[in-house]
Write a protein that binds this ligand. Structure first.
Ligand code: ZN
Length: 462
């Protein structure tokens, strides 16, 4: 599905984020460029690297909202299908297309052909011929699956095991799409709700003891982290009729509490009921519902963020945000999805560290009050947001590759040497490593810039 903006959408809608994505055909072209056109365009780019506009694909996962992403792209709303994630990057599941002077070239092909021209020598040496990060706009109208992501070692082992077993990447039973870890940063663009990480043990204890049907689980907790680990693993493996027997009274209790304004857990109860409505059927209840009792419920205001390290259980519930992650699509699921759930694989990466949820606030970028920065504790990526209050020329680029996205604004000009790109809301762009560009911005504009993290260049990947 192409638009005036030239954004593509995947051909096959899927219910869940992650491994089941199908690779999408590149957007329609009046006349597809020939191999010679592409070679010529790539060679010209390598002689003189410059900022390029990116045409980005949209994943139509079933939980996606129909308004936020289409409206950012200047398309009619509501869209006829959910528009869950706009992908800016080179991940082979949905690479963006670089609009070079002579021909459009998928970004993964461009990087494959000329890695140092795009990424710079240092990034290639460190991460190979691919971007270290993947950048997305995510917009959820319904809860995503309960999930966690592997660390790098687990991903290498898991990817090799599934490849050795002969599972093709398109196989829906596949957990590992690539051998990379996937720490992720989510910055809210609207009010945003999520479940993340286990609540403090005292809160879990109080919650479980409230429900007579969960008395057996409460007894296992024993007020310690290992008890919580055992309790979760046990619950995830019990037969479905037992899940239904345990959860049915909890759901009935939540139905009462949800409408009680004096109940401090009323909002949590409403989310649980909503998930049950979406994923329960024929008297059966999804075992992922227990996570609504065990995990921290987080409400982010626009600009607030969460960082999810490897192994942390989470689910995004609703809202739109920017998502920046290591360049991976490895998702291990524990419920609230029609897609592949592999409990053993999830439990093997799970990190049980019960504590209150931490919310990240942006910091001013080196004394520049018009630029804010999110520096998650990873080497692969960092995020800056430019919000000029006056006509403003920002110098960006140079150290490693930069992926940019105009969140708001018109008549922006991105200039490097002789080349100028005119940009407006919804436009995405790449500034290759070593290229310094000036971004001329009107007041009121907002531009997100994803770069390699501050830790890059020091030591070896851990
Ligand atoms: Zn995730």
């Amino acid at each position: 599905m192409d638009s005036a903006n030239g954004h593509q959408a995947t051909d096959q809608p899927t219910e869940d984020k992650g491994a089941e994505d199908t690779r999408t055909a590149t957007p329609d072209q009046p006349r597809p460029p020939s191999a010679a056109d592409i070679d010529r365009a790539v060679a010209a780019f390598a002689r003189s690297p410059r900022p390029v506009r990116l045409r980005c694909g949209v994943q139509r996962y079933g939980w996606g909202d129909r308004t936020f992403i289409p409206s950012m792209l200047g398309q009619p709303t509501p869209a006829s299908e959910p528009q869950a994630e706009l992908w800016v990057g080179d991940h082979p599941n949905l690479p963006s297309v670089a609009e070079l002077d002579d021909a459009p070239v998928p970004l993964d092909q461009l990087i494959d052909a000329q890695p140092e021209a795009v990424l710079g020598r240092q990034t290639v040496r460190r991460y190979g011929a691919q971007l270290p990060f993947l950048f997305k706009v995510l917009s959820a109208a319904a809860p995503l699956s309960i999930q966690a992501h592997p660390n790098r070692t687990q991903a290498v082992v898991g990817f090799a095991r599934e490849s050795d077993a002969g599972l093709p990447l398109s196989d829906p039973r596949r957990n590992y799409q690539d051998p990379n870890h996937k720490p992720e940063l989510l910055v809210a663009l609207t009010d945003f709700h999520a479940l993340r990480g286990f609540r403090p043990l005292s809160e879990i204890d109080r919650e479980l003891k409230r429900h007579p049907s969960l008395g057996g689980l409460a007894a296992r907790l024993g007020g310690c982290r290992r008890g919580l680990e055992a309790l979760y693993a046990t619950f995830m493996r019990i037969p479905q009729p037992e899940v239904d027997r345990l959860l049915a009274p909890v759901i009935a209790d939540c139905a009462t509490r949800a409408s009680d304004p004096s109940d401090t857990e009323a909002e949590r109860c409403r989310w649980l009921l909503r998930a049950d409505m979406l994923h329960g059927a024929h008297g059966q209840h999804d075992r992922g519902l227990l996570s609504f009792l065990l995990l921290n419920l987080v409400h982010l205001r626009p600009g607030e963020a969460i960082f999810l390290p490897a192994g942390e259980l989470h689910s995004y519930l609703d809202g739109a945000g920017l998502e920046l992650m290591a360049n991976s699509n490895n998702v291990l699921r524990g419920g609230l999805t029609n897609k592949h759930i592999d409990v053993d694989a999830l439990l093997s990466v799970l990190r049980v560290d019960p504590k209150p949820a931490q919310v990240l606030h942006p910091v001013a970028d080196d004394g520049d009050s018009e630029t804010t920065r999110y520096d998650p504790p990873v080497e692969e990526f960092a995020l800056r947001i430019l919000t000029p209050r006056r006509v403003h020329a920002a110098h960006i680029g140079r150290d490693g590759p930069t992926l940019g996205l105009v969140l708001e604004g018109s008549d922006l000009a991105l200039t490097a040497g002789e080349s100028t790109l005119a940009l407006s809301t919804g436009d995405a762009f790449l500034i290759p490593a070593g290229v310094e560009a000036d971004l001329c911005v009107e007041p009121g504009a907002r531009i997100a810039l994803a770069t390699v993290g501050a830790g890059a260049g020091a030591g070896a990947p851990g």
